[in-house]
Design a protein around this ligand. Structure first.
Ligand code: ADP
Length: 366
């Protein structure tokens, strides 16, 4: 633990923020970001992500607490002295300057000679795949190209930390996905620390080493992408990341840390993994990923087996998205791989059996 503390490159320590002196939009945030890490702040609009980024950049001040950069408290360090690169959704390139001039600007203000600035600008332009575009003005570039220049400008002075706030929000889906990989590769090649803000979960899963899931100014869970998806620690995270079936019920039996028995509101009895629950009699939300439900399970292998009725089938190539009615819930979704022999004969109205393992059904907060 002590070693980890020393390693933190960015540290938010007990950070609170209120704009109006009443409501806290960031509530006692504690977060350590490691050197070289790609950390994403993910959450719905208004959850406090941008406010955290702005405090780290120095454009907003914390109401309480301290932010450390490489061990140094920075609450009173001016933004331009923090040496942090920044990329925003709206590019913010200087329209009257050429691409090269835009890139040389942050170097000139740092007192770097024109010759050196020029060579650094060319190098970084090459890195974002825009060599040959030096003499264009921003208006002569597409949205994707402008955003590449914005990324290049954030990197050109070789900052150790780069902040990105929804940088791909204005781009169409295909370009956005391409840029996600490009930014990820630049991060890997340069070893720079990146703090990235997005409300798009697939973007966060694609790019990040770790993701901090925000809701109402509080980090709900901080984990790697696979951990977040496989082991959500509360109902908010389970619902926000990926698709999820929810069954509400009450705990009727417990078996230590191994399992709980839950009677759902429609009377089904389900065994689940206790993750974030109290004892017998308490309410819980069961969370179950659609791809973890098995159709026509082999008898004996599954502690949870239910009769279900097929309501709707949607062919999606690699899998069949199937809505079933199970114990009175008709919005239960399962994904059946297209290799499964059973999928070939499924029709709406058919009765089937489905099953799942205890560990795939997480008992979370109500
Ligand atoms: P996110 O980035 O997750 O969308 P923000 O940090 O932008 O969230 O906003 C968090 C909350 O703070 C929101 O309720 C928002 O309305 C409020 N807020 C953000 N910036 C300001 C500001 N400059 N003045 C007053 N309230 C603000």
């Amino acid at each position: 633990m002590a070693e980890q503390e020393q390693d933190a490159y960015v540290r938010f320590a007990d950070i609170r923020k209120s704009y109006d002196g009443e409501t806290l939009v960031v509530k006692n945030l504690n977060l350590d970001i490691e050197r070289g890490e790609f950390l994403t702040m993910l959450g719905p609009s208004g959850s406090g992500k941008t406010t955290c980024l702005m405090m780290l950049a120095g454009f907003e001040t914390a109401t309480h607490g301290e932010i450390y950069l490489d061990g140094t408290p920075i609450n009173h360090v001016a933004p331009h002295k923090r040496d942090i690169g920044m990329v925003f959704q709206n590019y913010a390139l200087f329209p009257h300057m050429t691409v090269a001039e835009n890139l040389m600007f942050p170097l000139k203000v740092r007192g770097i000679s024109s010759t050196e600035a020029k060579s650094k600008a060319e190098k970084v332009l090459d890195m974002v795949g825009l060599d040959g575009f030096s003499n264009r003005r921003p208006a002569q570039l597409s949205g994707g190209q402008q955003q590449r220049v914005a990324v290049a400008r954030a990197l050109v002075f070789e900052p150790k930390l780069v902040l990105m706030d929804e940088p791909l929000g204005a781009l169409d889906k295909q370009l956005r996905e391409q840029m996600q990989f490009e930014i990820k590769h630049i991060h890997e090649n340069l070893g720079v620390t990146v703090v990235y803000v997005t409300h798009d979960q697939s973007e966060a899963l694609t790019m990040s080493n770790r993701i901090a899931v925000f809701s109402e100014g509080v980090i709900q869970q901080l984990a790697t992408p696979d951990e977040l998806y496989e082991q959500p620690s509360n109902a908010f995270v389970a619902q926000f990341i990926g698709e999820n079936n929810r069954l509400c019920g009450t705990i009727t039996e417990t078996d230590g840390d191994e399992s709980v028995t839950v009677r759902t509101d429609t009377g089904a009895v389900v065994r689940a993994l206790p993750v974030n629950v109290d004892g017998i009699g308490s309410k819980t939300t069961l969370s179950l990923r659609p791809e973890r439900v098995v159709v026509e399970p082999e008898p004996g292998n599954f502690p949870n087996v239910f009769d279900a009725q097929v309501m709707e089938l949607i062919y999606l190539g690699d899998h069949i998205r199937t809505r079933i009615n199970i114990a009175g819930h008709d919005d239960f979704v399962i994904k059946i791989p297209n290799t499964h022999t059973a999928t070939r004969n499924l029709k709406p109205g058919m009765q089937i059996k489905v099953g799942w393992h205890i560990n795939d059904c997480r008992a979370l907060d109500a």
